[in-house]
Design a protein around this ligand. Structure first.
Ligand code: FE2
Length: 591
């Protein structure tokens, strides 16, 4: 049975194909059309899904969309009537959504197929149910608490659920305009981070701040029984799309969220790309602090209703890896399952799996244990790309490849590591990664100056052999998708200085041999050379969506000052980098 899942006309448009209950291929449109957070129709992603399983659109039995514009309609109408200025906007939005609901026409146009041949049944699933479904049905559990939170989706910002067997029973929703995601976005905008998806940057800035504004920020959002409530005087009215607009060309744009009251209280908003002041850091600190307080309050409420240890967590706010890392100490939940694409691209998987298990009542068998659901390229294809680019590459067998690359990393070189199938979700997890030595004091600056050009305060992440996690981190709950931040043990901080954030934490990826044998063996090879079972892992890109194809990887390698490219079995070393780069990156003595 073939089910095509879609997230369309919404940020991070994506497609996934589920064959007999197993996710076989999934990809965000941005990786193919190279437009970050693209929010239009995922035509290229749908084609890639079908090609990956050798199917035509006429073979597809069900198409499931992670959006239902009829969901919570009464609440939307009530909101529009209470805000007369929004009524026209609301009607326009409804008309546009009606046109977008014609999935059959959209697919037949995108795939140049005769619509008479399309025999699929169509399903529309409310946004947050699709989020929770993406986590719960990917988890190993037969019973769990389900929680989803983000800016907004189908007029809801937060959902709590009881997940059992094949069913997801909704316990509660928090309706717009009350949204924890919107609080985050509002303060991000105020301190100069105005682009969709900038929230992760501000999470990285937060530990540089102090408690100065915690009491003030507490007034913006307050817990209440069953949920939370915003003080709307801090916000501009955002409308039923909660200030997030998808333009006809698929660009996602944020409206200004904060009101004049923010300026009265905290002064001039920071202009993007200007100096970050202590005020901005303190606001980021207070924001993250309040976000966590409300999140843990909600989880306590959920646990009272679903008293179990397991939490299936999703939604854009579930990418807040700092909050995720603390929840084991601050709530009664003991395990989390967060699938790699916790944000909106994950809706494609959620809608498809919900159709299979909840609608069609098919048994649960497949746990989503890894993120490698994207395209891969043959050795011959890669070789051809290298030749076309005029690069001199050495083909190595597996042991030589691992030994050479581990040597290069140990010597302080920066390596582009392109292997196997691309990751699903926003994190590079060892197949489209740039890897480097985690224990060189200036590696962060080297990476930023040469390739990444990121803000000075953003940390780089460690990938660690899962069986060594307890020696290096103060928590041993696994973090296979780089979605938890834990404290690094004091005695290991120097050894991991390039991935140790200012608050002595790391957003780790725990790597098992079962999930990614080649990457595991690379870290092992580095470990045997240096005594460190960890490598620095950042996404393979330069201010663009993560590279998908060999051509994009080669292009990124050539236009940046990356030292080495390891692509499939081929290794290319830039002239002058053969013996490593320890002149600029001085190795720490290993502990
Ligand atoms: Fe969402």
């Amino acid at each position: 049975m073939l089910i095509l899942g879609l997230n369309m006309f919404h940020a991070d448009a994506s497609a996934a194909i589920v064959v007999d209950g197993e996710v076989k291929f999934a990809i965000a449109e941005e990786r193919l059309n190279r437009r970050k957070h693209f929010g239009g129709f995922p035509a290229l992603a749908v084609k890639a899904c079908l090609d990956a399983v050798g199917a035509k659109i006429s073979d597809v039995d069900h198409v499931a969309v992670g959006q239902d514009s009829d969901a919570n309609l009464a609440k939307k109408v009530q909101y529009a009537l209470a805000n007369p200025a929004k009524i026209l906007n609301f009607i326009k939005l409804r008309q546009r959504k009606e046109a977008m609901r014609d999935v059959r026409s959209l697919l037949s146009i995108a795939l140049d197929a005769d619509s008479a041949e399309l025999r699929f049944q169509e399903h529309h699933l409310e946004h947050h149910i699709a989020h929770i479904a993406s986590a719960y049905y990917g988890s190993p559990w037969e019973k769990a608490a389900g929680f989803s939170y983000d800016g907004s989706g189908d007029f809801v910002s937060t959902m709590m659920a009881r997940c059992e067997g094949n069913d997801i029973e909704i316990l509660d929703r928090v309706f717009l305009p009350h949204s924890l995601g919107s609080v985050y976005t509002m303060i991000c905008e105020f301190i100069g981070y105005t682009q969709y998806g900038d929230e992760g940057k501000v999470m990285g800035l937060a530990p540089y701040g102090k408690e100065t504004y915690c009491d003030e920020i507490r007034k913006i959002v307050a817990p209440k029984n069953g949920g939370f409530q915003l003080d709307l005087s801090y916000f501009k009215p955002l409308g039923s799309n909660q200030g997030m607009q998808v333009l006809p060309d698929g660009t996602v744009r944020l409206a200004r969220h904060f009101s004049k009251k923010m300026e009265k209280l905290f002064g001039e908003p920071r202009k993007p790309h200007t100096e970050i002041t202590q005020r901005d850091m303190d606001l980021a600190f207070a924001l993250q602090h309040r976000f966590e307080e409300i999140f843990f309050h909600l989880l306590h409420q959920l646990h009272q209703r679903v008293p179990c240890a397991d939490l299936a967590l999703a939604g854009g706010c579930a990418l807040n890896s700092v909050a995720n890392g603390k929840l084991f100490d601050r709530t009664p939940f003991r395990r989390t399952y967060i699938q790699p694409a916790a944000g909106d691209e994950g809706l494609a998987i959620g809608a498809a799996l919900h159709t299979y298990h909840s609608v069609l009542k098919q048994p649960r068998r497949h746990e989503l244990k890894h993120s490698y659901l994207g395209p891969e390229f043959s050795e011959a294809y890669i070789q051809n790309c290298l030749q076309t680019a005029g690069l001199e590459a050495h083909k190595l067998d597996r042991p030589a490849l691992l030994d050479t690359v581990a040597d290069q990393i140990a010597n302080g070189n920066v390596v582009g590591w392109f292997q196997g199938r691309m990751e699903w979700g926003p994190r590079a997890l060892g197949n489209r990664s740039i890897v480097a030595h985690p224990g060189l004091p200036n590696m962060k600056d080297v990476l930023n100056a040469r390739i990444k050009h990121r803000e000075w305060f953003r940390p780089f992440a460690p990938s660690i052999l899962a069986d060594r996690q307890h020696e290096y981190f103060e928590h041993d709950h696994p973090s296979p998708f780089m979605l938890h931040v834990y404290k690094i043990r004091p005695e290991k901080r120097k050894q991991l200085c390039a991935v140790n954030h200012v608050d002595d934490t790391g957003r780790l990826q725990t790597v098992t041999r079962e999930e990614n044998p080649l990457y595991y063996d690379l870290i092992s090879a580095f470990h045997s050379k240096t005594g460190i079972p960890v490598i620095l892992n950042t996404s393979f890109n330069e201010n663009e969506p993560i590279v998908c194809t060999p051509e994009e990887a080669i292009d990124c390698f050539q236009r940046t000052r990356m030292d080495v490219l390891a692509i499939g079995p081929f290794v290319v070393v830039k002239p002058g980098r053969e013996n490593g780069n320890l002149v600029t990156a001085t190795a720490e003595k290993n502990a």
